[in-house]
Design a binder for this molecule. Structure first.
Ligand code: PGA
Length: 253
């Protein structure tokens, strides 16, 4: 049985004060525990602060990105070792904003995935198609290409300790959610693609949905058989919404 996961991707939001308030509310809400593994991914500079704020709670820490390099002359970069050092367990790689706004391609994303693993971090690999790709019927080809880049470089076993997040780009921050049926179809495709290489890895792989998940649509999405939780942007910045989404994620029978 796969434990569901709900990860909050704060993107470039937060402040010391806002983070304190948000985590105080989340911790308070978790006095009544949830079945999902709960992860928060603040901006780099707040990782040490948030590590302190979640200490002793069930909330896990993740980063939003990682360098493909390990150390040295890479101005502006942050290594997996540093993320591990400040308490991260997870790191998002290949978010569509990295791919789209910062031209990070499949090969580069795969190298970041590898770097995360070298330092004992669990990657949350984001995949997903653009609107024009969906409209021209190539969603599966795009997702397969993004997934294969990682499996070709690191092997299918590398997905054992990883998480995949399916995030249709047209649904991110737009208020347009994929229907549960649309999302389930791509999640099932991802699991089948991994199963072609290793059925056991595919069965255990947690596949999250991301893209305008809100308190009022989470349950329907998460009740699909291949949707194991969510990667939450906007709604992860409000404790009540985030916690309602966390409560909606329960293991499939
Ligand atoms: P959203 O973002 O929930 O605000 O659509 C999701 C994401 O980008 O991970």
């Amino acid at each position: 049985m796969r434990q569901p996961m709900v990860a909050g991707n704060w993107k470039m939001n937060g402040s010391r004060k806002a983070n304190e308030g948000l985590l105080a509310e989340v911790r308070e809400a978790l006095s009544s525990p949830v079945e999902a593994e709960v992860v928060v991914c603040p901006p780099y500079v707040y990782l040490p602060q948030v590590a302190g704020l979640v200490d002793g709670s069930a909330v896990r820490l993740g980063a939003q990105d990682v360098s493909d390099q390990d150390s040295g002359a890479y101005t502006g970069e942050v290594s997996g070792e540093m993320l591990k050092d400040v308490g991260c367990r997870y790191v998002i790689v290949g978010h569509s904003e990295r791919r789209g706004l910062y031209a990070e391609d499949d090969a580069f994303t795969a190298r970041k995935f590898a770097a995360a693993r070298r330092h004992g971090l669990k990657p949350i690999l984001c995949v997903g198609e653009l609107l024009e790709e969906r409209e021209s019927g190539v969603t599966e080809q795009v997702v397969a290409r993004q997934l294969d880049a990682v499996m070709d470089l690191e092997g299918v076993e590398s997905l054992k300790d990883a998480v995949v997040a399916y995030e249709p780009v047209w649904a991110i921050g737009t208020g347009k959610t994929a229907t549960p049926g649309q999302a389930q179809a791509v999640h099932a495709f991802i699991r089948a693609r991994v199963a072609e290489r290793d059925a056991g890895v595919a069965e255990g792989l947690r596949i999250l949905y991301g893209g305008s998940v809100k308190a009022d649509n989470a349950q329907e999405l998460f009740s699909q058989p291949d949707i194991d939780g969510g990667l939450i942007g906007g709604a992860s910045l409000k404790a009540a919404d985030f916690m309602a989404i966390c409560r909606a994620a329960v293991p499939a029978d």
